[in-house]
Design a binder for this molecule. Structure first.
Ligand SMILES: [Zn+2]
Length: 323
């Protein structure tokens, strides 16, 4: 359990405070009151907005055949992505499940679309059950979560007033909301290629944020989908499903691929971040280990501040990193 944090002043002025998934409830360090003051995030004014029927979603066209499907009204600010080839498309992550993401996809393309999940957290899998074909990382820990789904009680904390900027969509009933179990029709391993016709996505296993996490690399179009490995917000490097050594090693691996992609398409907050940020995440972990990075701390939980992202980590983990 994360204890309440009392020192908020620094956090309230820092950008990128949302985009956090957790099982054990929120602390003020992670979710300041009125988190929605981050809106409008500046990047969206530079992107091509695409209208949709449902107000719950905002859709942006990022590049040829690449769309961001954004849920700005709920604290996670989840972003799912539609990637289209000439033959078919994939929905990369499926959001919270609060709106009907399949309807959005069908507004954007007539091609057959299957789901590819980067990992098993609720705000990435919520709408997956609406699709017939679902690919997910083969790691058993993730599959177990998918097979269980999420019951109504476990989701109530994500639709409280302080989680919501604007009202829930009409027709959505929080009292009966669940995330149905999903059975993947395809299991993903490192190096697998997802061929969409004229566009391929390569699976890169990136454990750390969760054991089963994968990123997807589109070499032809020089894009990397990062799920929750990286997003421009407070990266979650403690507790829960996190293994810090794996996280750092996964980031090093992505850093080794920096000549292959120009933009990072992240699972929360902003969908279009220059790839150099991956190098800076490695530097950030190094600075944390060296004791040269700035942070706020309360009850052993630290939030380290960097340009464009933060890192949440516990003090004792930092000591282990340094030793
Ligand atoms: Zn996650």
């Amino acid at each position: 359990m994360i204890r309440k944090i009392l020192t908020l002043a620094a956090l309230l002025v820092s950008a990128g405070i949302a985009g956090f998934s957790q099982e054990e409830g929120t602390s003020e360090l992670i979710q300041p009151s009125e988190w929605w003051r981050v809106h409008p995030r500046p990047v969206y004014a530079t992107l091509e907005h695409v209208g949709t029927y449902q107000e719950w979603f905002e859709v942006y066209r990022l590049a040829e055949g690449a769309y961001a499907i954004y849920e700005p009204n709920q604290f996670e600010e989840a972003i799912s992505y539609l990637a289209l080839g000439s033959e078919r498309g994939v929905l990369i992550d499926a959001g919270t499940g609060i709106g009907d993401i399949r309807q959005v996809v069908e507004e954007l393309t007539d091609l057959p679309v299957s789901v590819v999940l980067t990992h098993e957290h609720y705000d990435h899998i919520g709408g997956a059950y609406r699709f017939d074909e679902i690919a997910a990382p083969s790691n058993p820990a993730g599959l177990e979560v998918l097979a269980r789904g999420r019951d109504n009680a476990s989701l109530q904390g994500y639709i409280t007033d302080d989680y919501l900027w604007k009202p829930l969509p009409e027709g959505f009933d929080g009292a009966t909301w669940t995330i149905p179990p999903v059975q993947p029709t395809q299991l993903l391993d490192d190096g697998d290629i997802i061929d969409l016709g004229g566009r391929t996505l390569e699976v890169i296993e990136t454990p750390g944020h969760s054991p089963a996490h994968v990123c997807l690399l589109d070499r032809e179009n020089r894009l990397l989908w990062t799920g929750d490995h990286f997003f421009p917000g407070p990266l979650y490097a403690f507790g829960g499903d996190v293994t810090i050594d794996d996280y750092i090693a996964s980031n090093k691996r992505l850093e080794g691929l920096l000549d292959q992609f120009d933009y990072v398409l992240a699972g929360h907050n902003d969908p279009w971040v220059e790839s150099d940020v991956i190098r800076r995440v490695s530097e950030a972990f190094q600075a944390i280990a060296n004791g040269t990075a700035e942070y706020s701390e309360d009850d052993g939980l630290r939030r380290y501040f960097f340009q464009g992202f933060d890192v949440l980590i516990r003090a004792e983990m930092v000591e282990e990193m340094s030793s």
